[in-house]
Design a protein around this ligand. Sequence first.
Ligand SMILES: [Zn+2]
Length: 99
Amino acid sequence: MSLPKETTVTCDQCHKAHPFTAWESLNVTLDAECKQQLLKGQLTQFTCPDCGWSGEVLYPMLYHDMEKRLMIWLWPAEGDPEAAAMPSPSSILDNCLPQ
Ligand SMILES: [Zn+2]
């Protein structure tokens, strides 16, 4: 299962804050669609509803592929992450982006 987290992103151009869905964990075996959306950059893309500016949003994400027995924790921040802060790979929800 995949775990979305509501957060806010401040637009680089008009400096207004807008809601953004970040994925704390992404299980691409159960949510095959999510993998395609991630590869296309849709899960890390923010488009401002006010001015139309768009840019990439980098956030920590646990990438889990059960078939390939692969788990990657994407960590864009500096330093090493706290292991205790790692999101549980077996959490809620099935849908990637709201339909
Ligand atoms: Zn804007």
